[in-house]
Design a binder for this molecule. Structure first.
Ligand code: HMG
Ligand code: MG
Length: 300
């Protein structure tokens, strides 16, 4: 079968230490460092490693400065963190973070619950963060949540996703990661959303971020690949969820994305077996089995 419509390479942005562990109450500093150090040896090129957010809102990430201070950094890996405001950026710079990310939502309800402001106010808040980051040669990624559905507002209109994605792009984000935060998307709705966004933001500047709550993430990723998207966020062992989206499960498992991509002949640069072992190890620490089907099959 001809394979020409699919990208030849995909970049994985590993979410486990941030989106994964932000949902875990009791992970020690040592285990976080071990996870990032082990992930750094699998061929990944970008690991989101923490958040500089209010510790009252997400206490699980309160030790991010210590994490960044103690990891063994590989020169081949970008270690990034979330920064919702100027205070977060200052802390991230002090911790020598390689890259930061700002985050807002395509729906008002989630924006209020997640960062305590409207979408418009979030964009105003990000403008000085962006300027200061750019002045310090720090690249800024932008996350857009609830691009398909919102747990508070229901369905999100594709045109609205496109408008907020364009606003993040115009602010200066080098890449916009489109988040199906509650994992309800299915391929046709994802395609409608993506084509609306692609009319406003170049495809080369887009990434997809699927949570796998309804088991649709791999189907949605395949859809995105056929539309030229070649940056995929995923989480080792499928760890995680969002504290402000009740019932939302973790990101799509990195193992599952690697198996899909490699099976399609797409180069990722990541060693599936090595990464699956890292997933087994962190799950052992968390006293559970990886939610990844691929990991379970490899381990059978
Ligand atoms: P606020 O309460 O409106 O902010 O929260 P504030 O400026 O009034 O500050 C309140 C307190 O927080 C103050 O402390 C500040 O100093 C402190 P107090 O005076 O009360 O002692 N504070 C901070 N402390 C540390 N670091 C900071 C910081 N900023 C303020 N950066 C705020 C607004 C944005 C801070 C808050 O809502 C927040 O931290 N939200 C983060 C929520 C979060 O991390 N959610 C999960 C990540 S997003 C996600 O998972 C979705 C994603 O994966 C994509 C997808 O799946 O859709 C990215
Ligand atoms: Mg997420």
């Amino acid at each position: 079968m001809a394979n020409t419509i699919l990208p030849s390479t995909v970049t994985i942005v590993e979410m486990g230490p941030r989106d994964g562990l932000q949902n875990e109450a009791s992970v020690s500093l040592e285990d976080k460092i071990m996870l990032i150090n082990d992930l750094s040896k699998t061929g990944l090129s970008h690991i989101e490693s923490g958040s500089f957010v209010s510790p009252k809102w997400v206490p699980q990430m309160a030790d991010s400065a210590q994490v960044f201070g103690k990891i063994a950094r590989s020169p081949n890996v970008i270690y990034s963190a979330l920064t919702p405001n100027m205070s977060g950026l200052e802390q991230a710079m002090a911790a020598r973070v390689d890259q930061v990310a700002i985050f807002t939502s395509a729906s008002e309800g989630f924006c209020q619950h997640n960062i305590n402001c409207s979408i418009a106010d979030s964009l105003k808040r990000f403008a000085p963060v962006m300027r200061r980051a750019m002045n310090n040669n720090i690249r800024v990624r932008g996350y857009l949540s609830c691009v398909v559905d919102c747990p508070y507002d229901g369905q999100t209109q594709p045109d609205h996703v496109a408008a907020v994605a364009k606003a993040l792009f115009d602010l200066g984000c080098y890449e916009i990661s489109l988040g199906d935060t509650i994992g309800t998307g299915t391929p046709v709705r994802v395609a409608q959303m993506l084509s609306a966004v692609q009319s406003q933001v170049p495809t080369s500047q887009l990434a997809v971020h699927f949570h796998d709550t309804w088991g649709q993430a791999i189907a949605n990723i395949y859809q995105a690949l056929t539309m030229g998207i070649n940056v995929i966020d995923s989480s080792v062992a499928g760890l995680g969820g969002c504290p402000y989206a009740a019932g939302s499960s973790g990101n799509v498992a990195t193992e599952d994305v690697l198996y899909l991509c490699h099976g399609l002949g797409i180069h990722t640069g990541v060693d599936l077996n090595a990464l699956a072992q890292v997933g087994q190890d962190i799950c052992h620490k968390l006293n559970r089995v990886p939610s990844s089907k691929v990991s379970q099959a490899l381990n059978a």
